[in-house]
Design a protein around this ligand. Structure first.
Ligand SMILES: NC(=O)c1ccc[n+]([C@@H]2O[C@H](COP(=O)([O-])OP(=O)(O)OC[C@H]3O[C@@H](n4cnc5c(N)ncnc54)[C@H](O)[C@@H]3O)[C@@H](O)[C@H]2O)c1
Length: 374
């Protein structure tokens, strides 16, 4: 998988972007790639459309009406960057209009329309890429490369986290009103990383807490989580996410991290600190650092937007559209992650471990297990 790049390519995928908050990152990503061109932007706010067009010097069409963007012949792919709870509607509409989809994570915030979504995708013949962006950060790509080379031997455990200081809510209006469910919107990042390495999950169990800051925002959802998981192969997993406290000191713990422990090696990828640590039998400990890539990944300073990760995933998706290879994560992977999160919710409600198959069975989605990435 590539990291920093601009390719000369005969294909150009014409992108319409829906939702221009974090959608800013996909505009920058598309602009940085010769495989993509933005042909339309859409947001309920006309002012935001105009502002983004100015920011990126885009001479494309703009509209506040999603159906208008869908009716355009010069849009092949829709980038869905609206709030989590309306992704499902927006993906369905795109598929019905015969467009491929890049949907930011989480692909949906519950599985009530999971079978409907899969059927719509199959009917359309179009592809849906799910933007679990941390997979596409430099250190996480590096760790994956070692994993695929077999450096770890058999995996024993994968421990992933995504923490964030959301005490004042997130950037969007819903976050400020405490309406974001951080299990799906936040912990989902860590759960996707565990799924990426462990594949099908047998059982999950965990605890949650609503922080004082979350309560002050009026949130009805917990915003702090610690979970353990076990794969169907018996590998152990851990996923944690705390959204009601300050971030840890960057030298003490990453915002997002993934530690893999296997027979012969333990490795840790960090974000946004760009460090990749290895302890490999027969080798000295290493710390590779990729700070020089900071400008590619974080284009507006800080670490609040994910343009570099989005550019890496756009390149991957474009390449798969061109070759017909399986892209990852696809709709099945995205939905399987939601099944794990629903099992976590069930475990919180009952105080008992929950099998992921129980959720898949209830949602009539057991067939997902045949098509998820192994
Ligand atoms: N690492 C990542 O991949 C990452 C990071 C941040 C946010 N996200 C995801 O991106 C999505 C958006 O988050 P955000 O922080 O930008 O939220 P936001 O509320 O700031 O932006 C959403 C935008 O969608 C627009 N919108 C809503 N309904 C619309 C409609 N029917 N038609 C046109 N426009 C519509 C809103 O006007 C708003 O500008 C969420 O799903 C979030 O989880 C992903």
């Amino acid at each position: 998988m590539p990291n920093t790049h601009t390719f000369d390519n005969e294909f150009q995928h014409r992108l319409g972007v829906l939702g221009l908050g974090e959608g800013r990152s996909i505009l920058s990503a598309a602009q940085g790639s010769s495989r993509w061109c933005v042909t339309c932007v859409c947001d309920l706010s006309e002012a935001l459309c105009v502002a983004r067009q100015r920011e990126f010097d885009l001479e494309c069409e703009r509209t506040t009406d999603y159906t208008k963007m869908l009716s355009r012949d010069d849009v092949d792919v829709i980038g869905v960057f609206t709030p989590d709870d309306i992704h499902v509607e927006h993906i369905m509409m795109a598929l019905e209009a015969g467009k491929h989809v890049v949907c930011t994570k989480p692909v949906v915030d519950n599985l009530s329309r999971g079978t409907e979504l899969l059927a719509a995708q199959q009917r359309s013949g179009c592809q849906v890429f799910v933007g679990h962006s941390y997979r596409f950060f430099q250190t996480f790509l590096r760790e994956r490369e070692d994993f695929e080379k077999g450096v770890h031997g058999d995996l024993i455990s994968c421990e992933a986290c995504y923490n964030g200081d959301k005490r004042k809510g997130s950037a969007g209006a819903r976050g400020k009103k405490g309406e974001v469910n951080w299990l799906y919107s936040g912990l989902g990042h860590a759960v996707d990383l565990v799924y990426w390495y462990l594949g099908a999950i047998d059982t999950v169990s965990g605890f949650s807490k609503l922080s004082n800051a979350g309560r002050k925002l009026g949130s009805e959802f917990a915003d702090c989580f610690q979970f353990v998981l076990q794969s169907e192969q018996g590998v152990l997993g851990q996923a944690s996410g705390i959204y009601g406290a300050p971030r840890a000191h960057p030298k003490a713990a990453p915002v997002a991290g993934c530690t893999l422990r296997g027979d012969f090696a333990t490795t840790t990828a960090t974000n946004p600190t760009f460090d990749y640590f290895t302890m490999i039998d027969g080798h000295a400990p290493t710390c590779e650092t990729y700070v020089d890539d900071g400008g590619f990944y974080f284009r507006w300073g800080g670490s609040g937007y994910h343009a570099g990760e989005f550019q890496n995933y756009l390149e991957h998706f474009a390449q798969c559209l061109e070759t017909g290879d399986r892209h990852s994560p696809n709709l099945s992977d995205g939905l399987y992650v939601i099944a794990i999160l629903e099992a976590m919710e069930r475990s919180l409600e009952t105080g008992l471990p929950c099998r992921v198959d129980t959720i898949l069975e209830e949602r009539n989605l057991l067939s997902l297990k045949e098509v998820i990435a192994k």
